[in-house]
Write a protein that binds this ligand. Sequence first.
Ligand code: SF4
Length: 437
Amino acid sequence: MEKTLHLVSLGCNKNLVDSEVMLGRLQDYTLTDDASSADVLIVNTCGFIGAAKEESLDTIFSLHEQRKKDSLLVVSGCLTQRYKEELQKELQEVDLFTGVGDYDKIDEIIRKKTNTFSNSTYLINDEQRVITGSNHHTYIKLSEGCNQTCSFCAIPGFKGKLHSRGLESIKKELIRLVSQGFYDFSFISQDSSSYLRDLDVKDGLIDLIDMAEEIDGVKSARILYLYPTTTTDKLIQRIINSKVFHNYFDMPIQHINDAMLKRMKRGANRKRILEQLKMMREANDSFLRTGFIVGHPKESEEEFEELCDSVEKFDFDRVSIFAYSDEEDTLAYTMEDKIQKSVIDERIKKLNKIVEEKVEKSLRKEIGHEITIVTEGESSEHEFLIGAKKLSWDRDIDGEILINDSQIGKLEISQCYKAQVTQLAGDKLLATVTKSA
Ligand code: SF4
């Protein structure tokens, strides 16, 4: 009898890689988008802040509502890892629980119908994934866990200490993926610039870049989640010198005021961060993405104004803004002078406005230029428009380019082309393909 599987992967791209590992273990199932007909339903949850936890619970309840009799509802991931006792007691809707340690054993967990929580955090090694969402791009996990101690973050509490993946393991996976047609890669972890530091290697990312550049077929790459104190000038320069890695710099800085950075236990100060950002910005065709937390305990109006002022003055291309989430088992949770929600909302509204102007400026910069794009499929706007992204951008988070004309006739999907950017329509660029890249 054909067995069907419905899987929902929530949260970050690191969680997506783990979901793909589970799909790799469950290849004897047929995937279905229809939750009401699935024999097995899996929710790979996210559990690091309030909003994400809520989304995970809502998804579990909604799938329970939809599912057919005698189906199996399995919940995995960060939410179950963080609250394993409470959830196993309270969530009667769920049939099987597992956390972040057993993705490569999901087939066994389902066969034996046993809740499973290994002590260590699972880190992909040689397992075959079922890549989702693209035929040319995928995420490559560098490590699991984190040695940083940011005041607001619960992740080290349930994902554990930094545990880097060996270069050989990554090399093997890259070679395998290239043989399957993939050529664009995003290297990810919680703290990528600390890669291999747990193995006493200072600039492990430089070794990674050297290795990846040697692999024929790795045409395009970027590194996400750099951490300020472990991002050296040598690393930034190595990225700039690379022919394969784009001058794509994703470094969440969370704040810019020195007193706030200290309270957040970020380790880096304003002067050093601005030095790094300046070096990155001066690189050719560079792309800068960062993230800020608004409303951390004790954040004064002046400190917030300093943040707004620095975002106003510096040209980031993309910025994620998070409202501070009061997470038990974090240092910030024990702090006094919590900021009222209404004040946080006001501050986010103000910072968002500045960021929108910066993003628009970043997009307008492309107009009139010929850039390298990669086609991704039918656009989100209209079936007659092809959706694409600038090759250097990351997938799904940096925006969509609408291809509304081609000077070379029919276009293939997952292919690179040169395109002339003609205009900005809302938050989307329009472009005409001129030739193959
Ligand atoms: S770097 Fe900081 S914010 Fe990121 S996972 Fe580690 S502790 Fe959390």
